[in-house]
Ligand binder design. Structure first.
Ligand code: ZN
Length: 465
């Protein structure tokens, strides 16, 4: 098999086919290991020969990068962290010595915005961009997108590779692409008008933004179920699409189904964690495109199926800026499940439910913001947004305050005096304490108190340190 693989750009399966590539998607897992190993050999040898970074990084590895003979040998290569990528790019700007093609072969430049620390730069070659389109088309096919569907991308078109990745996949699949964008004042109102007029079948956005779109539509007197025609929505960037109550809220609001997707921007094609149209929640791991292993956060040993760990990703067909054994810092559980789609990939049945950075340790308990979200969205009086404030109490104990909006109706009923909302506040506090295993303070806020975001929601305010 030549590496990197070449795909026929004209190929599209018949519309009724469940799989884009039945052979690869439904093979026995042990046969897949052989496919993956062959690609790992090609990818690792290539990076060893061409990347100054990996030459140095693997110099003392106990295995020969030019000849990886088994997946066990592969696991002896060191893990690469975001910090190391940042440091390398700072020293050798802009791409670091990751770039394995001449700089004039870079076809697209993307990056992370760098809200914490230096931004990360991704140089992507033309061949890689085509393979990203191919991978995303294949995974969007599993999500139920078909040629002739219109796909609305309501996310920011900028450095952020998410929107572009959704677009190139939908283009490759043969859908009509509607790159609407997001983030400029008044654009959500216009999205309501355009979605009514164009009637797209599919939407790509963040889960928070989909809920905001529904809220805005209702304020404009538009019914998101009957005035739009969304059949499915696929999301990345937040855990919400696998948070049961959030997912349900979106499905109920639009009368559509939801598919969760997304690994990380660094790992583009980022859809290789990707659900299918049958999966209730969670994502399949498309192992023959990006190889994923879940590892124990401390020991870095691969954890058994059924266990929780940190996903560590490896590009298998990236010629420009390959990431090999890249530590995500996310937290998920993996398992083998029988999905009606017939794919034999491992699955993250709960999606990615936390980031090691987002995980709050409150009085010794691990608290994930996604768990709080699940409780609040399941609550009838919820007003749509919330924030978590963490403070240090009396110098040594951590105190978590959940500030949650209540619906306008409930808030109005409470204006008779603070007592009116007191029992409600206590009740939410009890529910959260039971769900999280730790006591929290609750503050109720009127609907609309917190900003609605068009990109990833940042809901944790950490006042410690
Ligand atoms: Zn499936």
């Amino acid at each position: 098999m030549p590496w990197p693989p070449r795909y026929d750009p004209a190929y599209v399966p018949p519309g009724e086919a469940e799989h884009w590539d039945s052979h690869l998607e439904s093979m026995a897992p042990e046969d897949r290991d052989a496919v993956v190993l062959e690609k790992i050999q090609g990818q690792v040898r290539y990076a060893w020969e061409r990347s100054g970074f990996y030459r140095e990084f693997w110099r003392d590895a106990p295995v020969d990068p030019s000849n990886i003979r088994s997946l066990e040998e592969f696991e002896q290569l060191p893990i690469l962290t975001k910090e190391e990528v940042r440091r390398e790019q700072e020293e050798y700007p802009p791409y670091g010595r990751f770039l394995c093609v001449p700089p004039d072969q870079v076809y697209r430049i993307h990056g992370t915005s760098g809200t914490t620390g230096r931004p990360t730069v991704f140089g992507i070659s033309r061949g890689d961009w085509e393979r990203i389109g191919e991978a995303h088309a294949r995974i969007l096919w599993a999500a139920g997108v078909r040629p002739g569907d219109t796909v609305m991308v309501a996310a920011v078109f900028s450095l952020y590779v998410g929107s572009w990745g959704a677009l190139v996949g939908a283009e490759r699949l043969g859908a009509a692409c509607f790159p609407f964008g997001a983030g400029t004042p008044g654009q959500t109102e216009r999205a309501v008008e355009w979605a009514q007029m164009v009637k797209p079948a599919a939407l790509y956005a963040t889960p928070s933004y989909a809920l905001y779109l529904a809220e805005t539509a209702r304020e404009m007197g538009v019914d998101p179920r009957s005035d739009f025609a969304f059949r499915l929505m696929f999301f990345s960037g937040e855990p919400g699409a696998s948070v049961p109550t959030t997912r349900q809220a979106i499905e109920d609001a639009f009368g559509c189904y939801v598919v969760d997707q997304g690994s990380m921007a660094e790992m583009t094609p980022w859809m290789t964690n990707g659900g299918c149209r049958h999966l209730e929640r969670g994502m399949h791991l498309w192992q023959d495109i990006v190889y994923t292993q879940l590892m124990d956060a401390e020991s870095h040993e691969v954890v058994p199926m059924g266990a929780e760990g940190v996903p560590v990703y490896t590009h298998l067909e990236r010629e420009s800026q390959p990431m090999i054994r890249y530590w995500s810092g996310d937290i998920a559980r993996w398992d083998m499940i029988d999905c009606p789609c017939g794919r034999t990939y491992p699955t993250l049945p709960l999606g990615i439910y936390g980031r090691a950075d987002d995980m709050l340790i409150i009085r010794g308990q691990n608290v994930f913001p996604s768990r709080v979200e699940d409780v609040l969205r399941g609550w009838d009086e919820f007003g749509g947004e919330f924030r978590l404030v963490v403070e240090r109490e009396r110098g040594y104990l951590d105190r978590l305050t959940v500030q949650t909006e209540v619906s306008a109706q409930v808030w109005a009923a409470g204006e008779g005096g603070p007592q009116a909302l007191e029992s409600l506040r206590a009740q939410v506090g009890d529910t959260l304490r039971r769900a999280l295993g730790v006591g929290v303070s609750v503050e109720l806020k009127p609907e609309g108190e917190f900003e609605r975001t068009q990109v990833k929601a940042r809901r944790v305010i950490d006042l410690r340190s």
